[in-house]
Ligand binder design. Structure first.
Ligand code: LLP
Length: 453
């Protein structure tokens, strides 16, 4: 039990139990309870560094610079924001709440970006007051909103315009479409032969003295395992940048290519390699700029999952085990062993929301038993409350066993809920043989404290 999809600090001890960064999972469970999100700090830092150094080297080699923003939506706590900063990353936030965490971590405003397709006045004002390095605007309405609020504060707001390139990626496929039927960004494609919404927005920003146009932003999707989509989107953005220069005389300095770098969720999955993808993108954008006759802009990227996803696992305790006879399509019967754990869709909504696949193992002991086809389910009042759709577990899996699900660091805690009034689990960091709580477990009192009776 080493290597992907587990974090680099995960391994079996001689007695068969698993340790994370030198901490036995039985000790983690005894000290912090289950379910718990366990975060391997060294693994997070190594991935953050790997992305930064790979992109700096590749873009440096073609003669430009790059900034790596950690996408806080994947998981943001004060400590996590500090780790990102200490590893030379900036922080991308998607709401006033995420911005508040980054600021609490003393990330300088200039190193923070603010996203969102419907930012409130309060969120924008908070960003302006914090002196954020960039506000990524997402609509014509919002351009006016940011300009009005910047004027109110007597500041000039640094903005990027989020565009949709028609390149939609995720998994191994990308499909170029003229218009994307989704809420984000402004299309680079003209509505009916006229000017594209993206061009309209860029020109609109340039008209405002309260706004400083930093550049163009594109995010094409998530869990992308084929770098072609990034290159295709970059081509479209760089062409738009050249067109804008032709129209307005302004060649913007920056281009952001968003996040979406894919990771391994199951044994055998191959994650996107940051060195390879950085080189591919850098060489491709250099060629495109040469063809367009423009200088290279400074680039930025916003990986979230690729930094924190593999660094996290969720530790559960098994409560019940139930063999269920299932009729297969061909009419034969087989047994699926339902293993219920003490969490579920409230701590990881991704299987229910996206059909996401995960891997699990019994981690409190080793077992010489044969394996059985199991489904790990939660404790919620819902049959779709599935944690792992399909996994081979030892046939002797039983009540009290500790079970870990791999690669839950991204979008687990950050999308957690209190469904069925379940308090959300803690986030526990492990490093060098010691654990510490980054976010404590919620209590029923926390939840009842919100209820005004
Ligand atoms: N930048 C922007 C503008 C984004 O919208 C996102 C993700 C990212 C960066 C980070 O993407 P990443 O590198 O983490 O893939 N909740 C979903 C994913 C939705 C992500 C939305 N935006 C999930 O659980 O897979």
């Amino acid at each position: 039990m080493t290597g992907a999809p587990w974090s680099s600090g995960v391994g079996r001890r001689p007695d068969g139990a698993v340790a994370v960064a030198g901490v036995d999972v039985r000790d983690l469970a005894a000290e912090h309870g289950t379910p718990a999100y366990v975060l391997d700090e060294a693994d997070f830092r190594t991935r953050a560094r790997a992305y930064r150094t790979a992109f700096e080297a590749a873009f440096g080699a073609v003669g430009t610079g790059v900034d790596v923003y950690y996408a806080g939506k994947a998981l943001l706590t004060v400590a996590v924001a500090r780790w990102a900063r200490e590893e030379g990353l900036r922080v991308d936030t998607a709401s006033g709440g995420e911005l508040a965490v980054a600021l609490r971590a003393e990330v300088p405003g200039a190193e923070i970006g603010l996203h969102g397709n419907n930012k409130s006045d309060a969120e924008i004002l908070r960003a302006l007051d914090a002196g954020v390095g960039r506000i990524i605007v997402d609509s014509l309405v919002e351009i006016e909103r940011v300009a009005r609020l910047a004027a109110e504060r007597g500041v000039v707001a640094p903005v990027m315009v989020r565009v949709t390139t028609g390149v939609h990626a995720g998994g191994h496929e990308y499909i170029a479409t003229a218009h994307e039927d989704q809420k984000f960004g402004l299309s680079v494609n003209p509505a009916s032969g006229g000017e594209s919404p993206a061009m309209t927005a860029l020109l609109q920003v340039l008209k405002h003295p309260e706004l400083r146009l930093l550049g163009i932003h594109s995010h094409i999707g998530s869990q992308i395992l084929d770098p072609d989509g990034f290159e295709a989107a970059a081509r479209v953005v760089l062409r738009l940048r050249a067109d804008l220069a032709e129209r307005s005389g302004v060649l913007v300095d920056e281009v952001d290519l968003g996040g979406g770098y894919g990771i391994a969720y199951l044994p055998g999955d191959v994650a996107l390699d940051p060195e390879r993808v950085a080189k591919d993108i850098a060489q491709s954008v250099a060629g495109v700029c040469q063809d367009l006759g423009t200088s290279l802009p400074r680039f930025s990227i916003e990986p979230g999952r690729a930094i924190v996803g593999p660094a996290g696992l969720t530790l559960y305790t098994v409560g019940t085990v139930k063999p269920v006879t299932v009729s297969a399509d061909d009419g034969t019967d087989f047994t699926r062993t339902y293993v219920s754990v003490d969490g579920g869709m409230s701590d990881n909504i991704r299987p229910a929301l996206y059909g996401a696949a995960y891997h699990a193992e019994v981690v409190g002991r080793s077992s010489a038993a044969e394996t059985v086809l199991a489904r790990v389910v939660g404790k919620h009042c819902e049959s779709g409350d599935i944690v792992v759709h399909e996994v081979q577990l030892p046939a002797d899996v039983r009540e009290g066993d500790l079970l870990a699900v791999a690669a839950t660091g991204a979008y687990g805690r950050s999308m957690a809920s209190n469904y069925n009034m379940l308090p959300r689990p803690p986030v526990v960091a492990v490093a060098d043989g010691a654990s510490r709580v980054l976010v404590r477990r919620e209590t029923e009192d926390d939840l009842l404290g919100l209820d005004q009776g």
